[in-house]
Design a protein around this ligand. Structure first.
Ligand SMILES: [Fe+2]
Length: 386
């Protein structure tokens, strides 16, 4: 099997990298950026800071700050109008995964028209679109380095995975100082999301030597630093390491794939509006336990990268330890079960068959080391409820 490897054309990584945004845009020959972000970043003044940077450099910049968490097709309509009204020649996704994913969708929709549904997997879109510049303010989604966007269909609550090179940012600005103000809960949830990207990319049937290197590096960095940033958000060294890990993990899964954790997580997010990283965390230990037998050596390598096994530990023992380590991590990070999160048991049970069907339809479970049946997925949903 041939692996197709793609990364952003430019990245600027380091403290203060945000100040290089105008230079990056100029180097791409672009003039009229639309800054795509959310109301929270506007309230904190971060949006104005970026707009001022752009305008002081002589660029004609405008802003659309009405993106929503878990972006919906409906939320994009106003954004498309903003792109057209500004006659934007590029979009800047500024924020967590949701603003970046919104910017990606707008880049394609403004050029090609909708509906967004026509871009969902198994389709892959690499045609005309506005160039995308991505600036993450969380260390998690990795969207700055991926060729995917995830958009919920407002008609039926389906979280659609939309792949293709046109969704890959042409440039990324990766400045960990933007993550210093993240609260502990968001820090934990986004960090576990990044860990899921790294582990899933490594055990995926689409893994390759490039994604492998990115995965193992990310796993080691997250293991060493996630608890640190959870307990002390102002730990600069740990924040910097988490930011690097999140981007590496994004590069890993963009060039490999995610698997069953993400496949099952998206429907939870769509139906119960659980934050993406949190719904991954609710599933991560149980899905890993289910999947280990299909790739014992690969999970053992994850355990060694994570630091809970060494080269002398047998693969069987090491693979078991990564399952235990994930459960312990989720405990330390106070990840709730769906039950303790407040999800009604009857509603959960009622929606389980539909969620299982949507999980399989996303294509991600097909890359899992153990291929799950519809019944397997329903059983895991039942097991993790709490
Ligand atoms: Fe994710």
């Amino acid at each position: 099997m041939t692996a197709n490897i793609a990364f952003p054309r430019y990245s600027r990584i380091g403290p203060g990298a945000i100040n290089e945004l105008p230079a990056v845009i100029a180097s791409l020959g672009l003039q009229r950026p639309l800054l795509v972000t959310d109301a929270y970043l506007s309230r904190t003044g971060a949006t104005d800071r970026v707009l001022t940077l752009l305008r002081d450099a002589g660029l004609t910049a405008s802003v659309f700050d009405r993106t929503v968490p878990d972006p919906t097709t409906e939320s994009l309509d106003l954004g498309v109008e903003s792109v057209r009204a500004h006659n934007a020649d590029c979009v800047i996704g500024f924020g967590g995964g949701s603003p970046m994913d919104s910017a990606k969708a707008l880049a394609v929709l403004a050029s090609q028209g909708g509906p967004m549904r026509k871009f969902k997997t198994p389709n892959s879109y690499s045609g005309p679109a506005l160039p995308i510049i991505a600036i993450p303010t969380t260390a998690g989604s990795g969207s700055e380095a991926t060729q995917f966007t995830v958009i919920s269909d407002s008609d039926n609550d389906e979280k659609m995975l939309c792949p293709g090179l046109s969704f890959l940012p042409v440039a990324a600005i990766i400045d960990y100082e933007l993550t210093l103000s993240m609260p502990a809960r968001l820090t934990a949830d986004t960090g576990v999301d990044a860990l899921a990207h790294a582990v899933e990319a490594y055990v995926s049937r689409k893994a390759n030597p490039i994604s492998d290197a990115m995965s193992l590096s990310a796993i080691g960095l997250i293991s060493a630093n996630l608890r640190r940033v959870y307990h002390d958000g102002n730990d600069h060294l740990a924040r910097e390491a988490m930011m690097a890990a999140a981007t590496q993990a994004g590069m890993a899964f963009s060039n490999s794939s995610v698997t069953l954790v993400h496949g099952m997580s998206r429907p939870i997010g769509a139906h119960f509006h659980v934050a993406h990283g949190l719904s991954n965390a609710m599933l991560f230990p149980a899905v890993t336990a289910f999947s280990v037998s299909g790739a014992v050596h690969r999970y053992a390598e994850c355990a060694r990268a994570y630091g809970v096994a060494d080269p002398t530990t047998s693969d069987e023992i090491a693979a078991g330890r990564i399952v235990d380590a994930l459960a312990e991590l989720c405990g330390d990070l106070e990840v709730p079960t769906p039950k303790s999160y407040g999800i009604d048991h009857d509603t959960w049970t009622q929606l389980t068959p539909l969620m299982a069907q949507q999980a399989i339809a996303s294509g991600s479970p097909a890359n899992n080391p153990v291929l799950p049946s519809h019944d397997d997925i329903e059983r895991i949903y039942a097991d993790v409820y709490g």
